[in-house]
Design a binder for this molecule. Structure first.
Ligand code: NAD
Ligand code: MG
Length: 302
């Protein structure tokens, strides 16, 4: 870690050059799950840059992993678009969650914070009940929480690790969505955060890549099942984004520092840059979009 305090690399609302800014990412490592508030530079979740136009006015959203990274950017964007937002995260991530809760409230919206471990089926049920009662209903569910821990050799991948990745990335979206569906009706939107890894798994992400392929299938299958109820389901497939996931065991330390450098745009994305996809999929403007997956990869494609 460098001695200088972390600085944000805020992107402006109007971006003239998508190659910029291309900040230095000093080598850094944190224990899983990592804190965005301790990263250098700080990720841009849209705190000062995302401007809403009322596209989610009156809607109520639950976002898993909404304390940091892509989920936090979606949370801020949803609030700026007029939605009330509940976020869930691990108890250790309270410092990050406090920042995002404040940003939601500063946007004039109701914020609900529900810490817990999504590997626990009972917590997934309680989470939905608590979010629904505190928000007064549920229109948007974003299954975004994810676990990515790299492992170079299959022989070294423990059953505990494999199981934890499956629990967070595959079981939790099932448990949370099963609990949420009875509360969702016509006009509802379910979004799942998959990855470019769904289509071309990296050698060191054997377990993670499989879960992300499952996330795409989740959207494609469930979309068909719930379309007759007026509920849409889509997947978002990010490429390299600058988030805590990458510097807390998601990549080897030296790779995390170069995250995104090989993409045609030459850099990692900032979480705020993917938020507009979540807003479109959550909004009524996206009414004919379901069963799809959307990339934001920096030029490398899905
Ligand atoms: P992040 O670390 O900021 O967010 C992931 C969140 O998942 C954490 O904040 C944490 O709250 C939550 N989480 C993890 N384990 C949990 C558990 N057991 N119980 C409850 N919550 C738990 O990183 P991010 O990159 O914003 O990740 C969000 C999603 O984006 C993930 O699904 C990830 O797989 C996906 N993704 C990220 C990238 C990238 O380059 N950052 C690329 C492709 C896909
Ligand atoms: Mg986090």
């Amino acid at each position: 870690m460098s001695d200088t305090p972390p600085q944000p690399v805020f992107r402006s609302g109007a971006i003239a050059d998508p190659r910029l800014p291309r900040p230095d990412y000093p080598m850094q490592e944190q224990p899983y799950p990592g804190l965005a508030t301790k990263m250098d530079p700080l990720p841009d979740h849209g705190e000062t840059s995302y401007r809403g136009t009322g596209r989610l006015k009156g809607k109520r959203a639950l976002i898993t992993g909404g304390d940091s990274g892509i989920g936090a950017a979606a949370a801020i964007a949803f609030a700026r678009e007029g939605a009330d937002v509940a976020i869930t995260y691990l108890p250790d991530e309270q410092p990050d969650a406090d920042v995002i809760v404040q940003a939601i409230r500063d946007s004039g919206q109701n914020a609900v914070a529900i810490p817990g471990d999504l590997r626990d089926e009972d917590f997934c049920k309680q989470l939905v009940e608590s979010a629904v009662s505190q928000l007064g209903g549920l229109d948007i569910l974003v299954n975004n929480a994810g676990r990515q821990q790299f492992c170079e050799r299959l022989e070294d991948l423990t059953t505990e690790d494999f199981d934890a990745t499956m629990k967070v990335n595959v079981y939790a979206p099932f448990w949370v969505t099963r609990a949420a569906l009875p509360h969702m009706g016509n006009g509802g939107s379910i979004i799942i955060t998959s990855s470019v890894q769904a289509f071309s798994g990296s050698a060191h992400l054997f377990d993670y890549a499989q879960t992300k392929a499952a996330n795409v299938a989740f959207a494609q299958s469930l979309a068909k099942q719930v379309a007759p109820r007026g509920i849409r389901v889509n997947a978002v497939c990010p490429g390299p984004y600058w988030t805590a996931l990458q510097i807390s065991g998601g990549q080897p330390t030296e790779k995390a520092a170069e995250h995104g450098a090989t993409q045609p745009l030459g850099r990692a994305g900032q979480p705020v840059e993917i938020a507009p996809i979540y807003v479109l999929l959550a909004s009524d403007e996206g009414s004919y979009i379901t069963g799809e997956f959307f990339g934001s990869v920096g030029g490398g494609g899905l």
